[in-house]
Design a protein around this ligand. Structure first.
Ligand code: PAF
Length: 282
């Protein structure tokens, strides 16, 4: 497994892969890897013959007062984990000055409501940071396929749209959420939870499961479902950031459950912000 830090070396490496006719699958990460990331590597490895993973904690997607400084950076452990999969050919680990050289002033933004709702409403500027860094990474890695997790559903939709709008020659592949036995979606931020908070955290998934059951039983009012989700989460004493139901194409608020809708929620367990979602297809 090759570890590359320099952008110029990465350009050379990917040019070589292209010349030799390899297909490349790319998994961008911020490190602190878990089984969710490894499931993306597995899928990428089933569909491509060369796999590239990036590890870069992207400063521009964290707002003031968010957890950029304390975000876990267990690089050695991450590299060991990736090596043990025997599926990763190259790990790209650029530093901040490489991705954002002093004086850099160009950003990629999605100029519609998709970036301003759900997580975008609570984390202003977050998706501008995500689209900018992923645009940079796609320019550097030039993969055939980009692997993203459904857990960050809004991120996956926004990046798929960016890829389409800007004509990247890359296919976005969105992979299922990986969960703990009790339903908690895997996230690098779960590591912040105290044992007591960890016991409470599955309320997020349980409330989404309840919403799925309500739809199965015939409920079609988005407002009624959101109200019930909020009630269930509040019962456990956890603070709600948002509970939203939106169309899966444009993330516009849905009033009625019809077609494909995303039910998404974010909560604060202590100071830790957790997100989860489910897609309902009727
Ligand atoms: O999902 C993440 O870990 C990040 O948002 C990403 C896509 C690696 C961009 O920094």
């Amino acid at each position: 497994m090759k570890i590359i830090k320099e952008i110029s070396e990465m350009h050379e490496y990917t040019a070589k892969l292209k010349k030799r006719g390899h297909s490349t699958g790319f998994v961008p990460t911020m490190g602190a890897l878990h089984e969710g990331h490894l499931s993306l590597v597995d899928r990428a490895s089933a569909e491509n013959n060369k796999i590239i993973v990036s590890i870069f904690v992207n400063p521009t997607q964290f707002g003031p007062g968010e957890d950029f400084d304390k975000y876990p950076r267990p690089l050695k452990k991450d590299l060991k984990m990736l090596k043990e999969t025997r599926k990763v050919d190259c790990v790209f680990t650029p530093d901040r000055d490489m991705m954002y050289p002093p004086g850099a002033a160009s950003y990629v933004t999605l100029e519609n409501e998709m970036a301003n709702v759900l997580c975008g409403a609570s984390r202003p500027g977050h998706f501008k940071g995500v689209t900018t860094v992923v645009a940079e990474l796609l320019n550097i890695v030039k993969p055939d396929r980009l692997y993203l997790g459904q857990k960050d559903a809004q991120q996956a939709l926004i990046l798929s749209k960016m890829i389409k709008d800007l004509h990247y020659n890359t296919e976005a592949v969105i992979c299922p959420i990986v969960r703990e036995k009790d339903g908690l979606a895997l996230s690098s931020r779960n590591a912040y939870l105290t044992p007591e908070q960890r016991d409470t955290a599955p309320i997020l998934y349980k409330s989404l499961q309840m919403a799925e059951s309500m739809v199965e039983l015939g409920e079609r009012s988005a407002e009624t479902i959101k109200k019930e989700i909020r009630r269930k989460i509040k019962e456990s004493g956890v603070e709600i950031d948002y509970v939203e139901i939106a169309g899966t194409e444009d993330l516009a608020p849905a009033e009625i459950i019809a077609g494909n809708v995303l039910i998404a929620a974010a909560i604060f367990v202590g100071k830790t912000r957790l997100i989860d979602n489910t897609i309902i297809k009727i």
